[in-house]
Design a protein around this ligand. Sequence first.
Ligand code: SF4
Length: 329
Amino acid sequence: MDAYYASPSASFHDNTIARRFYQQRLNHLKFTPYPKDGLVTFGASGTNKCDREIIYKNAKVKAEKSDDLPSRGRQRRLGSAVIEYFQLDLIHMKKRLGDKAIFTVAETESGEFAFEDAAQLRKVFEHNGVKFAITAKPDGILDYDNKQLLFEYKTKATGIIEMNGKLDYSGAQDDHLQQVTAESLLFGIREGLIVYESTQKPSWFSDEDKKNVPKTRKTWRDGSPISDLRAEYFYITDDMQTKLLDGLAKQAALVYNGEVPEITFDMTQKCGFCPFTKHCKATLSDAEKAKLREIDSKMALSNMAYKYQHNNLVEYLKGVREGDEGEAI
Ligand code: SF4
């Protein structure tokens, strides 16, 4: 990837390749519903959701739609635009790099590039006596060394230093690994790459000697820019697949039985993109509220006070009022 972007030819696209790419995009600009088999269907990228969110979604609780911060809207569209362009770049690798293009984009049986909708699969599973379906649209499937790799591309707005720091410390994000675990079950491919791109770029020229740039914000190190692109290799084991299927079977059973599980601290760590927060808070029992408040008080006195996990809980508790005992879904 670095060889491609370093090349002057990366600045323009080949018309024939680009036309094929955009034609494929056009062909898939349509809505294709899941088959009506009455099964709970999990999207691979939504396999890390909280149990309550899954219940609300399947119970057709109305998703809350409120205005978001405009900057977040722009960030979302930046992420979508980057991946689309990255896919277009990927299919140029062979032409631009020749034999140096060791990863190339696989093609589907119908001769399309194996990207997203063209590669989408839905498969029914029966696990622990529960039937459900998983569907996935990987960002890509790559041909590499006579085998295939799953490929996911993630943009990060947190900045180069934070992105690299997190990846150095704990590798690919858990929810991203869960997504590719789901994909491995559908496509029968266990290896792949999750590639992270920071939307912040290193300064154009070295900032190492610039006195006006604080040490913690420098984007060059030892005479080179800090990488804004990181590829995390993964191999999905049987245990990872079983753990995922266990969790999904449990959630599907909750949906079929119409049970809303009690709130837990762990659930409050997943609220960032949940469209049911008001409903969730409004349906808490007094006992659930008391339990969360107790955890909050203990955390506030611990070394976790107002760090990431505690802040998520504090955020959830905003707007949770005493005496508002909720109703079932
Ligand atoms: S608001 Fe949080 S706890 Fe409630 S359903 Fe959504 S993710 Fe789960």
